[in-house]
Each structure stands twice: as structure tokens, then as C-alpha cells.
Design a protein around this ligand. Sequence first.
Ligand SMILES: NC(=O)c1ccc[n+]([C@@H]2O[C@H](COP(=O)([O-])OP(=O)(O)OC[C@H]3O[C@@H](n4cnc5c(N)ncnc54)[C@H](OP(=O)(O)O)[C@@H]3O)[C@@H](O)[C@H]2O)c1
Length: 271
Amino acid sequence: MKEIKLNTGINAPMIGFGTYEIPPSETKSAVLTALEIGYRHIDTAQYYQNEREVGEAIRESKIPREEIFVTTKAMTDGYETTKAGIEESLAKAGLDYFDLMILHWPMDDSIGSYRALTEAYQVGKLKNIGLSNFNINQTKEIMASSPVKPVLDQIETHLYLQQGKMHKFLVENDIVHESYSPLMENAPVLLKHPVLKQIGEKYHKNGVQALLRFLNQEHIMVIPRSTNPTHIKENFEIFDFELTPEERAEIKKLDRRQPIDGWPASMRIDE
Ligand SMILES: NC(=O)c1ccc[n+]([C@@H]2O[C@H](COP(=O)([O-])OP(=O)(O)OC[C@H]3O[C@@H](n4cnc5c(N)ncnc54)[C@H](OP(=O)(O)O)[C@@H]3O)[C@@H](O)[C@H]2O)c1
């Protein structure tokens, strides 16, 4: 499966290109490399300060705009600032619309922020709207507040934090589970991991590719980040093999419910 249908009926690619911590000066070239390799889904954010360069890469690639799924994230709190932030992000990126805009993390007035996303969705400036770092109760509050359901929740998900409980809730509510930091920001651990390594070898793949494929087969979107063209290419080469149910069960057993150190407590949602 290369794409997944969102609850708006729009398809989104199962793999995207993450741009967190890619400095603006390197973003255009990294995104252009990803687009040349075949990625058609780019994940940026107001917080990353590289929306402008993402937009530049899209134009320079000459790929028709409608073929690329572009996500950004609002870091504003409340209706007015979020409304202004949407316009600012569109202007910076030089785009008429975003394919998806999500609230980057819960805030005091997330309901007001989501109302601004809802209005922008209703006039076509945002083709889909959603959430990031929202737990079950926070997601329920948003759903109760708006006529437009979030299409996805982008949450920390990887080998050691598989988010089983949240996943179940999202599936039951027709909300897609999107993994951020799918490589735990620590790909060497995955490359060396004996189980991933062994499973990958069977398909002539490495541990990173085995894990990305596993997540996709669990119907979890992934957005790995890299500035290394070899890695960018490797991460995209995950659609020519399929893990067996036994292999998936083996990887599932490796969950430790262990988040990456360093994210703020407000981003911890595995309850
Ligand atoms: N919503 C949120 O709050 C949130 C939070 C965090 C992240 N995100 C999103 O999720 C994206 C991905 O997460 P992340 O950036 O935290 O990290 P990540 O994708 O888990 O890991 C990135 C690291 O893995 C390395 N890497 C990538 N592919 C590799 C490969 N094939 N072999 C070896 N090393 C490899 C990269 O180094 P090289 O450059 O050397 O390849 C980089 O150091 C972000 O860029 C962002 O778009 C969202």
C-alpha cells in the first residue's frame, strides 16, 4: 500500500519526507533530492522555519503542485493567532493551499486553534486538517468541538514506542495514525538490531527499511528525515517486499513503551 485514504476521501502517500532540524539553507536541496527520488509528501512546520524553502523546492522541481502532498503545522494558541498563522504559512511557502495542516501540540485554546483550521478547510485553503501530539481525551474534545474531524494524529511512534492503545482509538475513529521520529532519531540502533537485521536480510533490506515497512503495513504513515541522499533513497525503497504476519508479530513484541528522551511532557501520549 503506497497511499492511504483519509476520512475526507483524499489519498495521502504512506511515506513522506520529514524536515525537522533541517536548516533553511539545506532544506531546498534536501526536498529536491526527495522529490527526484519519488517522494510526493513533504512534512514541514512553522516551528521548523523552513516552509519557505519547502515551497521553493516544490516550484523548482516542476512537479505539478497537485501531485505533492504538503503538510505544515500550526504552533499558535487560539483562533485569531492561528488564523493569521495559516495566512503567514501560505505566504511563506508561496502556496495557494496546504494539503494538510495540523495543530503541532495541544495548547490552552486548542479548540480555538482548530476552529481556525476548520474555517480554512471550509474555504479550501487547507485540503485536510488534523492533530499532532494529541492524546485520546484531547482528540475527543476536538472532535466534539468541530463539524470537521481530524484526518490524522501525528505522534511519536517507532520500534520502542508503538502506541498500541492510541492506534486502536485512531482506527476506531477513522483517523489515520502518522508516525513521527519513525527512526527514533537513532537509526544506528535499528541498523544493528538483531531482529530487524535478520528480517531485513531476508528481503535484501536493512533494519531501517524493515522497520519503515513494518509501520506502513500496520497502516501507520511514516515521515523519516535525512539529508543524506543515500539514506533518502533507501528509506523510500520499502514497497517491493512484504513482511509476513509472523515477522510483524515479532517486531510488535519489541515494543518497550519507551519514548525518545527530550520531548516535553506535553508531547507524551502513551497512557
Ligand atoms: N509533530 C511533531 O511534534 C514532530 C516531532 C518530531 C518529528 N516530527 C516529524 O517527523 C520527522 C522525522 O522525525 P525526526 O526528524 O525526529 O527523526 P527520524 O526520522 O526518526 O531520524 C532522523 C535521523 O535518522 C538518520 N537516518 C535517516 N535515514 C537513515 C538511514 N536510512 N540510515 C541511517 N540513518 C538514517 C538521519 O541522519 P542522516 O541525515 O545522516 O541520514 C537523522 O539523524 C521530522 O523530520 C518531522 O517532520 C514531528
